[in-house]
Design a protein around this ligand. Sequence first.
Ligand SMILES: Nc1ncnc2c1ncn2[C@@H]1O[C@H](COP(=O)(O)OP(=O)(O)OP(=O)(O)O)[C@@H](O)[C@H]1O
Length: 223
Amino acid sequence: MEIRDFSYQLPDGRQLFQHLSAVFDAGKINILLGVNGVGKTTLLDFIAGVSERRDLPFVGFPTMHQVAYQMQDAPFTGSATVADTLKMMVDLDQPDERFTEDQLPVSLQEIAHSHFRDLSGGQRQLVILEGVCQLRRELYLFDEPESGLDVKVAVSVLDRIQQLTANGKTVIMTTHQFRNLPTENVKVLVLAGKQIAFSGTPNELMMRTGTSSFEEAYLKTDA
Ligand SMILES: Nc1ncnc2c1ncn2[C@@H]1O[C@H](COP(=O)(O)OP(=O)(O)OP(=O)(O)O)[C@@H](O)[C@H]1O
């Protein structure tokens, strides 16, 4: 999956991407990093096909129907319970299969009968994340999946995302959290200066910047 020489101007005329090229590795977690406002979500929107994607710069990406996208602030029905919400997502995606409560991850079983409107922000995020992971797609996009979550819960979210790649799926995610990020089967892409300023493994990023911490290495990458 590759973006070739992609340039994009915002509606207000600002140039967000200029000759941007990037390769996302199949079967890996591709982590897109970059400062606030650099364009990570905008790039995910193009990859997902939410923003109209011209074929020329976007090579080898699955069609929109094969992409699951967890956006920031996804809307949901307040009166549905957690179990109803997940059942609804799975039923829409896989009409021939029955989703039962025992398929809920342990973290959600306790709140299976809580109404969506009564959940905390973090709990809502977990439900949506699980729903997105349940969809059968080739490519999964997550926009800051662990933002606002307790560090222990964030670890379980990252584990859930790793399960996808263990099953041969491809993930592209953005994040601002460096704690507990997986390093195996991971590619890091740093968006800076309207282009991808670095792309490689976390180890390569650390070696290039002469540091032993992922976060420090990122901070030393040109922004
Ligand atoms: N529809 C739009 N109209 C005008 N400007 C937009 C639009 N969508 C995004 N932008 C601008 O594009 C820039 C990139 O936004 P984007 O949300 O992609 O950044 P980001 O890297 O995901 O940021 P963050 O890490 O804060 O979520 C921002 O300056 C934003 O204001």
